[in-house]
Ligand binder design. Structure first.
Ligand code: FAD
Length: 313
């Protein structure tokens, strides 16, 4: 079976959830082979094997000293050597650039923002804020596919995870942009938004930059906090917490929307959540079309009661 290369997303050896999703999708196309750049392969490889990586290619440490280009050179070389069936990366801004460069080197095609991949290599894309679904396929060469986080449910499937060191001399072009410093964002007490099992988001209905009503409910549930663009644009909550078409895509087990109307651009980032609870004082709010459970009421009354009840348990 041909290899399917999966570029690993990790933070200091801790494999991100999206990589387990990519490995799950890769199993439909062939034999998953993870590609590790940077420190931490020793600790992270076990998780890759749990999710089906038969092989873990580990790049020389210096690859991490340069921006984007080494990853593309590496993926193109491995894809050529192994006659890979496909290359999968997560659809982050950086990895989309890696995907584009890799496809150019392979003389093939790139598909970005896929939300699903079939065994035939047909990708599904959700466009116009989720209003339209399109399908696409690379017709020549090794397809390079950038898959959105939280689109494919991760499933375990133990495999060998055999480590293989890669030797590759980087071109001068690949050394064009050097990383001079890395600043690790401080981990807050709450889970990371795109990885959280529960997300509690606040919208314009919160009414001010005092988001404590949202944060308290989130903390009682061990959840991440999200926000609508209206809340972010008002300066009530930081930009990195925006959920939606121009923000993060989340797909938690439970999504709680407080004072969010449910505009199509917001839905685009949360509509695949397994259970959706909406609190809104307007019974006609479109979010109720999507919600599994809805409370018509003032969030400033409903959310504190919820928080109190949950905190008692
Ligand atoms: P509103 O639409 O104003 O809704 C507020 C809701 O709160 C109302 O339903 C109201 O009934 C309710 N409410 C008010 N007070 C209370 C209360 N006390 N208790 C309970 N309910 C109350 N939006 C995103 O969220 N994410 C995106 O990524 C995004 N990208 C966009 C990209 C483009 C190109 C465009 C054009 C728009 C984008 N938007 C995005 C904006 C989107 O169209 C909406 O304007 C936005 O989602 C509205 O946010 P909201 O629901 O918080 O505010």
């Amino acid at each position: 079976m041909a290899e399917v290369l999966v570029l690993v997303d990790h933070v200091d050896g801790e494999v991100k959830k999206v990589t387990t999703e990519l490995l799950t999708a890769a199993r439909r196309l062939g034999e998953p082979a993870a590609v590790w750049i940077g420190e931490g392969a020793d600790t992270g490889s076990a998780k890759l094997a749990e999710y089906g990586a038969e092989k873990v290619y580990v790049a020389p440490a210096e690859f991490n000293d340069y921006v984007v280009a080494p990853a593309a050179e590496l993926l193109a070389k491995l894809a050529g050597d192994a006659s890979a069936a496909a290359v999968l990366v997560s659809a982050t801004p950086e990895n989309k650039e890696v995907a584009g460069r890799t496809a150019v080197k392979l003389g093939s095609g790139v598909l970005t923002d896929a939300v699903d991949v079939s065994a035939e290599g047909v990708t599904e894309h959700s466009i116009f804020g989720g209003g339209t679904i399109t399908h696409a396929k690379v017709t020549s060469g090794v397809p390079v596919i950038a898959v959105r986080p939280n689109s494919v449910p991760a499933e375990e499937s133990p495999a060998a995870g055999a480590r293989e060191e890669v030797s590759l001399e980087l071109s001068d072009a690949a050394k064009g942009a050097k990383v001079t410093d890395r600043v690790v964002q401080e981990k807050g007490a709450r889970p990371e938004l795109t990885e959280a099992a529960i997300v509690v988001s606040g919208g314009r209905g919160v009414g001010s930059d005092d988001f404590s009503v949202v944060e308290s409910l989130a903390d009682s549930l061990g959840a991440a906090v999200g926000a609508s663009r209206a809340a972010v644009d008002s300066g009530w909550y930081p930009n990195q917490f925006q959920v939606g078409q121009t923000g993060k895509t989340v797909s938690p087990n439970l999504y709680v929307a407080l004072g969010i109307s449910g505009a199509i651009q917001h839905r685009a980032g949360m509509q695949t959540s397994k259970n959706i609870v909406a609190v809104n004082k307007d019974p006609e709010a479109p979010i109720f079309e999507l919600a599994d459970f809805g409370v018509i009421g003032d969030l400033h009354k409903v959310a504190p009661q919820l928080t109190e009840e949950i905190s008692k348990r």
